[in-house]
Design a protein around this ligand. Structure first.
Ligand code: PLP
Length: 462
């Protein structure tokens, strides 16, 4: 069936509908005047009048005599985050990788997924902690958490930060239910719809999804092997005066890049000159062989907020993360956490993590995982290179390899075809704000062990 071409009037009506659906226009907001909207859309005023009249007939807007047209709020569709921002093919939008990772079963091989396989995690230590918790006081099993119940874990985190040279106090740490909740709370505290937020290009796809939900403008800065391109970073700050910059300073997702000291210095100087806040997502810190430069440590948590999580190294199932920031911000974030979730992680969760961290087995587990990852990284890089798939960088740790495909191969098309053969890939543009990473794939080396993955890639790339 041929698609009917839209008239100019219908196009204008759609523009208004999309603005209402995306909450750019909210109930009771005034629409642009007929003359202004006509000029913006390069149409005649009579076309705008017709579009407004028809939207009024549908009950979506209402005219107020002498004052203009207003949004009624009738039939407001639920917010669809995936539809906010530029429309992209579903196989490269920011939800594609998470959905394929979370919704497919164990029969699917997942070199594109973002966590370690279960047999790489410290399950014995977790079981032991669960057994011990089953014998604890009733209150641990039934009560809401409180400041006291999270103190032991906050103290453990303090000790770990102090080892890195970041000396802070327990009132500078808020436990959260995940790294994702940590970022969400920060966005709630600091952002308003329409603000500008800087991310790396490419960046972790869920930064984009979450920021879309907060209805902010997302600007990407190209990443280099030593962090963001500092010249572009400084230019972008001057041009857009963003409120926030969200980044992974070490073992960046998806590229594996880590900040050089020079880049760290320039970023902090530029941020300070513009009064911009930085969220340093340090979720991969425990995979590092030794500590690379960290913005939070250099700045002492003045304009940098550090967040982290136990999902990648201990368990994604227990759901626990944290925010380290200045005490005033922690107070505001804690209020927001009460307002939106009536507290942080379950007391059972924090008790479990304390047991695993305090027992010494965690450090041993990390040593083993780091060693296994080094071997897997070298092996997978070699096998991919043999297929013409080239790592952009050999990261100093972690489980990601950001790889460039042979010329002419599009990662979204390859990902779709591999999915038909039950192999889930992470196509580059799912991470890219500028959609300039069609030639890239992100591999998780711990999940890229099965020979079927390499055989299928070889066959389909032909
Ligand atoms: C860079 C980054 N930040 C945050 C998260 C979210 O982790 P959590 O499970 O703690 O929400 C992930 C998960 O993949 C991630 O890669």
């Amino acid at each position: 069936m041929a698609t009917k071409e839209l008239t100019r009037t219908e196009e204008l009506m759609n523009v208004i509908r999309v603005k209402i659906a995306n909450r750019v226009l909210n109930p009771s907001d005034r629409l642009p005047s007929v003359r202004r909207f006509a000029a913006t859309m390069k149409v005649s005023p009579s076309t705008v009048v017709e579009a407004y009249d028809r939207l009024e007939a549908e009950g979506i807007i209402r005219a107020r005599r002498g004052s203009g047209f207003y949004v009624t709020g009738a039939d407001l569709p639920p917010m669809a985050i995936a539809e906010m921002g530029p429309i992209r093919a579903r196989d490269v939008d920011p939800f594609w990788v998470s959905k394929q990772s979370l919704e497919t079963d164990d029969t699917v091989l997942k070199p594109g997924c973002g966590w370690l396989p279960p047999d790489w995690m410290p399950h014995e230590a977790l079981r032991k902690a669960l057994r011990s918790i089953s014998r604890s006081d009733d209150s641990l099993l039934t009560d809401y958490g409180n400041a006291q119940s999270t103190l032991a874990l906050r103290r453990l985190l303090l000790g770990r930060f102090a080892e890195e040279g970041l000396n802070i106090s327990t009132d500078q740490i808020l436990l959260t239910t995940s790294g994702t909740q940590a970022i969400d709370l920060i966005c709630r505290l600091l952002l308003r719809p329409g603000d500008t937020v800087l991310v790396d290009d490419p960046c972790y796809f869920n930064f984009q999804a979450l920021l879309r939900a907060h209805q902010v403008k997302i600007i990407g800065v190209p990443i280099t092997t030593t962090g963001p391109d500092v010249e572009a970073f400084e230019r972008t700050l001057k041009e857009y005066t963003p409120r926030l910059y969200i980044t992974n300073s070490a073992l960046h997702n998806p590229t594996g890049a880590s900040l050089s000291p020079q880049t760290a210095y320039r970023i902090l100087s530029a941020a300070s000159a513009q009064g911009m806040t930085i969220v340093e997502d340090d979720i991969f810190t425990d995979f590092e062989p030794n500590l690379s430069p960290r913005l939070a440590i250099l700045d002492g948590l003045t304009r940098v907020i550090r967040i982290g999580s136990f999902s990648k190294t201990l368990s994604a199932s227990v759901r626990c993360g944290y925010i380290a920031a200045s005490p005033e911000w922690i107070e505001g974030l804690s209020d927001l956490q009460i307002a939106t979730s009536f507290g942080g992680p379950s007391p059972i969760t924090s008790a479990m993590i304390v047991q695993v961290l305090a027992g010494g087995t965690y450090r041993k587990h990390l040593d083993e995982v780091r060693h296994r990852l080094t071997l897997a990284r070298l092996d997978v890089a070699k096998r991919l290179t043999a297929l013409g798939i080239k790592p952009w960088l050999m990261p100093r740790g972690g489980f990601y390899l950001w790889c460039e495909l042979p010329e002419g191969v599009d990662s979204a098309i390859l990902a779709r075809r591999c999915m038909e053969e039950k192999i889930m890939l992470a196509p580059g543009n799912a991470f890219s704000t500028s959609q300039s990473a069609a030639a890239f794939l992100r591999f998780n080396v711990a999940q890229t062990q099965d020979p079927r993955i390499f055989n299928t890639l070889k066959r389909l790339m032909k």
